[in-house]
Ligand binder design. Structure first.
Ligand code: UD1
Ligand code: CA
Length: 449
């Protein structure tokens, strides 16, 4: 059955004490909100609607960055979760299928859990969890998996507060029904809010079925404070490390490796200590990332080795058996099979052909202060140490550049390019110069005394 997603993200997040909207605080390298969007994406939704309010412009920009096809709907006043869903329903006009409601501040709902929710045959299905400390969560009044209603903590009796089965906030219902139910909500309750949770009682009153599907409490963790954000980050990293090792990745010092929400590493890859993965990194089987590397938006192929102390920025593509050594930065560049960039180098907006060797201290001068330009280096080229490649520039196959050259013009195939002043050696001049300098220094000393 077709599915659609509504993500609630209009709340202020007062307790973050921040100018940044809560759902935009980074978790595992990306906004908290992206985790919910990613979990929702696993259902292959036909439509995605995000309800925004506080910091709407920034939140909407972030939504578009993740999913340009998502619709954002503004909820001018935060009158409750039911009101928020009601704002989203017009954007689902004409959609016939199941709607899943997620919270933008609840990042860890597992795709399998969402699938279980979708697979439930009931008209309304709520995701619940057994809370270690039920605190102020809404309580699920249920018999087995048959759900009667949800009662908010504020409105609950002592007996209801004793229930430990709690509402995660995630809910699934057929689109047309959900639209009718939220349109009929009132706000006559302790908070004076339109509660989404009241749709359960309303569905039951119509003689429809409501069920509860449960998941581990860890999945329902919501983020309200910076302490909770730090806890969520730790929980994410612990899980990512364990998962990496379970799938055959060696982590030499797991506690010092930081993953992003989408890091993908193949079996038998080896990751050294203190490696940070930003978003968009894939590492193939058998590759090695040595200590203290910072990687972001890059691909490392089988047999390649990177670091220690290397930085790969977005668009760095390393083919098989490439070697990138210490203090090398690579941005938006494709390195073909067997390329070696051993030391102290910057490659930006470059293409480097097979088995080319890039000497220490090489820099692609890709920026002229206004625009970026490309450097194209052929195959089996030898770039001498300390070569400045002033882009746009092309170096042909099997060519060579002399150390210390500033290459401003294209180098033909198989040519040796030398772009530096010719060396002159003046016999005996070094000693004379020393004597002169010492004499001057002595004169200055005498004056002082
Ligand atoms: C809600 C549930 C509660 C559940 C708990 C789980 C209701 C009435 N209560 O309570 O049963 O146990 O979540 O965490 O649904 N939001 C909007 N617009 C609004 C109000 C909220 O977009 O007008 C968004 C918030 O940004 C947040 C989410 O909805 O992401 C939940 O809102 P929040 O106020 O935190 O709900 P709770 O009172 O915690
Ligand atoms: Ca909450």
């Amino acid at each position: 059955m077709a599915t659609a997603l509504i993500v609630l993200a209009a709340g202020q997040g007062t307790r973050m004490n921040s100018d940044l909207p809560k759902v935009l605080h980074p978790l595992a390298g990306v906004p908290i909100l992206w985790h919910a969007l990613q979990a929702g994406r696993s259902l292959d939704p036909e439509r995605v609607v995000v309800v925004t309010g506080h910091g709407a412009a920034a939140v909407e920009a972030s939504v578009r960055a993740y999913d340009p096809d998502a619709t954002c709907v503004r909820q001018a006043e935060q009158l409750g979760t039911g009101h928020a869903v009601a704002q989203a329903m017009p954007a689902l006009a004409g959609f016939a299928g199941r709607v899943v409601v997620l919270y933008g501040d609840t990042p860890f709902i597992h795709p399998d859990t969402l699938q279980a929710l979708i697979d439930s045959p009931a008209e309304v299905t709520v995701l619940g969890f057994e809370a270690a400390d039920p605190a102020r969560y809404g309580r699920l009044v249920a018999a087995g998996d048959r759900l009667d209603r949800i009662v908010e903590w504020k409105d609950a009796t002592e007996a209801e507060r004793a229930i430990t089965l709690c509402n995660s906030g995630v809910l699934a219902a057929e689109a047309g029904l959900l639209a009718e139910l939220v349109a009929g909500l009132g706000n006559d309750n302790a908070a004076g809010e339109y509660y989404l949770t009241d749709v359960v009682g309303a569905a039951r009153a119509r003689g429809l079925a409501a069920r509860v599907v449960t998941c581990p409490e860890a999945e329902t963790l919501g983020i309200n404070t910076r302490v909770e954000l730090a806890r969520a980050e730790a929980a994410f990293q612990a899980r990512a490390r364990a998962e990496a090792m379970e799938t055959g990745v060696t982590l030499q010092a797991p506690d010092t490796v930081f993953f992003s929400f989408d890091t993908a590493i193949g079996r038998d890859a080896v990751i050294g200590p203190n490696v940070v993965f930003g978003p968009g990194v894939t590492v193939e089987s058998g590759a090695e990332v040595r200590a203290f590397c910072h990687l972001e938006g890059c691909h490392i192929s089988r047999g390649a080795s990177v670091g220690p102390f290397a930085r790969l920025r977005p668009g760095a593509e390393l083919a098989e058996d490439v070697h990138v050594g210490n203090f090398v930065e690579i941005k938006n560049s494709i390195l073909d099979e067997g390329v070696k960039v051993g030391h102290l180098t910057y490659l930006g907006d470059a293409q480097v052909g097979e088995r080319t060797n890039v000497g220490a201290g090489t820099v692609t001068c890709n920026y002229d202060g206004v625009s970026k330009h490309r450097t194209v280096i052929g195959r089996e080229v030898f770039i001498g140490s300390d070569t400045m490649l002033v882009a746009p520039v092309t170096v042909g196959d099997r060519a060579m550049t002399a150390s210390g050259s500033v290459i401003t013009g294209d180098v033909p195939e198989a040519a040796l390019a030398i772009g530096r002043a010719r060396q002159v050696s003046k016999p005996g001049l070094a000693v004379k110069l020393f004597e002169k300098l010492k004499a001057e220094a002595d004169r200055r000393q005498k004056k002082v005394r």
